[in-house]
Design a protein around this ligand. Sequence first.
Ligand SMILES: [Zn+2]
Length: 193
Amino acid sequence: MALRRGFKSEAERIAKQVRAELELNGSQSVAPETLANLLGIEVRAGDELIPRERFVELDQIQRGAFSACTLRPSNGRIVVVYNPLSSLSRRTSDLAHELAHILLDHRLSQIERLGDITFLSCDQTQEEEAAWLSGCLLLPRALLLAEVRRGSDAKAIAKRYRVSEKMAQYRLNVTGVVRQHQASERKRRNSRR
Ligand SMILES: [Zn+2]
């Protein structure tokens, strides 16, 4: 499914605004915990709320099925809960994803079932929008271009910015920075002749 027209520039605008408020420049990654703080959102490990065994059970039903979710226990209070079993890189990606839903004012609409647990999620379009915006926040284009220029691949980028390798690869693909770098290298070589 394609993102709606104008969404990508909207996402860039939101990411830019967030960076400005956090006094970060265009090539800096937004740490989800810092962003949550700015937005007044609480971040909790799931096992602070329910026993850790519940997450182990869920993981046995479907590995990695639960990433994170957003609770609104009372008016104005927002709590993002992440899977306590997730690696640090997965957690970073998942938290950024949840915060992206909140920044985009997405509302939960889909009922999903996992074993005996029922939870709400967003529709497919909103999922794609959150994936896109979280990528803009964690791995801005300028950062990726600088990394590609110094020879970093998805694995190195993932490690440095503690995001999943999948997300690093996705951002390298969709931003077209690899192509841009190769083109400028060709130009440089040709002008030297
Ligand atoms: Zn989502």
